[in-house]
Design a protein around this ligand. Structure first.
Ligand code: ZN
Length: 136
């Protein structure tokens, strides 16, 4: 098996504080972490819902991929992230199977995870993130 579980769902929002109000005051979830990921030009906020994380993503600049996403489609589900083990090897495997990769090699994501995105063209329309906790 290449993936084990859904690690989190990424949701693109215009404004982290505004969106956070809904998740906190209406749904009653608690934000346990906020972090800026410079590499992706986003500010993120994480909420735990059971054992699934919700990652809100706010663009920090006009050329952020999240800004472009919102411009095109509005706010909404941006990606689904699966947990995996040995991400470099998994990416090799997928590459061999002609799966279109956005990241051919793992890069650093939020929460210190190693991440890589798969192109929606190869995943039936969903931007998929694979993530792996750093091995200590
Ligand atoms: Zn993510």
């Amino acid at each position: 098996m290449i993936v084990s579980k859904i690690e989190h769902i990424g949701i693109a929002v215009r404004n982290l504080q505004e969106a956070g109000k809904f998740y906190e005051q209406i749904l009653g979830l608690e934000c346990y972490r906020e972090e800026t990921v410079k590499d992706q030009k986003v500010r993120t906020a994480f909420y735990m819902a059971g054992n699934l994380k919700i990652e809100l993503l706010e663009p920090t600049s006009q050329d952020s991929p999240i800004a472009k996403f919102i411009e095109k489609r509005g706010e909404g589900i941006h990606h689904i992230a699966f947990e995996t083990k040995d991400l470099p090897k998994v990416l090799d495997k997928l590459d061999n199977k002609q799966i279109r990769l956005i990241d051919r090699h793992p890069r650093l994501g939020a929460e210190g995870l190693q991440i890589a995105f798969l192109h929606p063209a190869s995943t039936h329309g969903v931007l998929l993130e694979l993530c792996e906790a750093c091995r200590k």
